[in-house]
Design a protein around this ligand. Structure first.
Ligand code: TRP
Length: 452
């Protein structure tokens, strides 16, 4: 095991790493995206494929990312290069890190717009503008928000500045404090919402929708979305977890830690779904309503429950924080790279990168109004960036990381970090060499060449 430390600092303990990585993993992907893509892709069958992808592909790749980062203690590009050289592999593996940075920029630009919607809903809940709304009114209010570029711009800008500020402050001061208090609070609030959902007459329908396996609902596209989302929700395929791993202490066991993160992330997503779908069915709304699903359904529920306004404010505050701890992790690998490669100050690097992603975000927020007619392959900018990152760039990054860890890195170096029992190590190797790459390749193949 190496005794190096990263020049960026390191986490105070194993728990802080778990919290920070969970803070990165748990975000809009769990609470906003998972329910709505489950709705669009027919429910139970989709959920099952998603769970299989988390276990067979996501968790093993997360282990690879953590160990590569921790071994080299550098930003993802340099970490890949160092670990490749140690095993006499090509330096070109570093290019995965470069693609990862681009993915981070793309994801941040639309992520920040959605986080802006969340901030707007905090305000709306506080002022009581949405008290006692019907589902039609909630839908209309969400539509009106999307049609209003000035409001979107304000919130997108505020959220971008919040994220840049934390990254600029460095990993210890910024990221740790936010995660430590907020993640448990978010979980409690989700349980309260779940409790409310259980009292609605849509609960049975909600559970049935999420857990009833109906193979006829499954298309290759749904499998692709499930696979892509397993990368997105665990923050894999772009170097985030590699960067966070580079700040991890040597003592902690990677396998157990990664399992904890994967389990927490999955539980939050499932609870979010179980909280949202009953409300959808109790109010005769459409589960396939798309990206506005959470914003159109939850205000209706808050309007009907005791202390709804209070819970409403709290809920959106916590989702905002979950989004925040994820957004900073999208910037961290690139900032670490700029600091290490070009000797930039952390603050300058954060502002430079932050301005770029903010600007690209303008195209995403305009997708719903002023530039809604600008489309590529029939998708507006927002949908396009969401689609190519989650469904193409992250899986591709993941497959390459798996191939690298499975075929290039020598066993003794991998085991030096992972310290798995022989059997578990063999299983992990099989996943890296075959299962993960083949699964991703098959899905991408059928997406590009659909069976008619
Ligand atoms: N995992 C986060 C979510 O579910 C989003 C995220 C943060 C992410 N960092 C990432 C996604 C890196 C992919 C890669 O909301």
């Amino acid at each position: 095991m190496t005794n190096k430390t990263s020049i960026q600092g390191s986490w105070a303990s194993r728990w802080i790493f778990i919290l920070a990585a969970t803070g990165s993993a748990v975000g809009l992907g769990n609470i906003w995206k998972f329910p709505y893509i489950t709705g669009e892709n027919g429910g139970g069958a989709f959920v099952l494929v998603y769970l299989v992808c988390i276990v067979l592909v996501g968790i093993p790749i997360m282990m690879a990312e953590v160990f590569i980062g921790r071994r080299a203690r550098k930003n993802p590009i340099n970490a890949l290069v160092d670990v490749a050289e140690e095993s006499e592999g090509s330096k070109k593996w570093g290019l995965i890190g470069l693609m990862g940075m681009l993915s981070g920029v793309f994801i941040f630009s639309f992520y920040s717009v959605v986080a802006g919607w969340v901030l707007h809903y905090i305000k709306v809940m506080l002022t009581g503008e949405m008290a006692n709304v019907t589902s039609e009114q909630a839908g209309a209010a969400f539509g009106a928000l999307l049609a209003d570029p000035a409001t979107l711009l304000i919130w997108h800008t505020i959220f971008s500045i919040m994220s840049i500020a934390v990254v600029a402050a460095g990993i210890n001061k910024g990221i740790e404090t936010a995660t430590r208090i907020m993640m448990p609070a978010l979980f409690v609030l989700l349980l309260i919402l779940l409790g409310y959902a259980m009292t609605t007459d849509g609960f049975a329908a909600g559970v049935d929708f999420m857990f009833h396996f109906d193979a006829s609902q499954l298309s290759w596209n749904a499998v692709l979305v499930a696979l892509g989302h397993s990368f997105f929700t665990l923050s894999l395929g772009m170097g985030t977890i590699m960067a966070y791993g580079s700040y991890m202490t040597k003592k902690a066991s990677i396998g157990k830690t990664v399992l904890a993160i994967g389990a927490l992330d999955t539980i939050v997503a499932l609870v979010a779904g179980l909280a949202i779908f009953p409300i959808i069915f109790a109010n005769n709304m459409d589960p396939a309503a798309g990206s506005g699903l959470m914003f159109m359904s939850l205000p209706v529920a808050f309007g009907q429950m005791p202390f709804g306004q209070l819970f409403g404010v709290l809920f959106f505050v916590l989702v905002g924080i979950a989004a925040w701890t994820s957004a900073i992790s999208l910037l961290e690998p690139t900032v670490a790279f700029l600091v290490e490669k070009f000797e930039m100050k952390r603050t300058s690097a954060s502002i430079l990168l932050g301005s770029g992603v903010w600007a690209l975000g303008l195209a995403c927020l305009g997708s719903f109004n002023v530039i809604s007619d600008v489309t590529f392959f029939g998708k507006n900018t927002f949908d396009l960036l969401d689609y190519i990152t989650a469904n193409i760039m992250l899986p591709l990054g993941g497959i390459l990381i798996a191939l690298f860890a499975g075929w290039v890195v020598k066993d003794k170096f991998a085991q030096d970090e992972l310290e798995l029992s022989d059997t578990v190590f063999k299983l992990w190797k099989i996943s890296m060499k075959f299962t993960a790459p083949v699964a991703v390749a098959i899905v991408l193949y059928f997406l590009l060449f659909p069976m008619s």
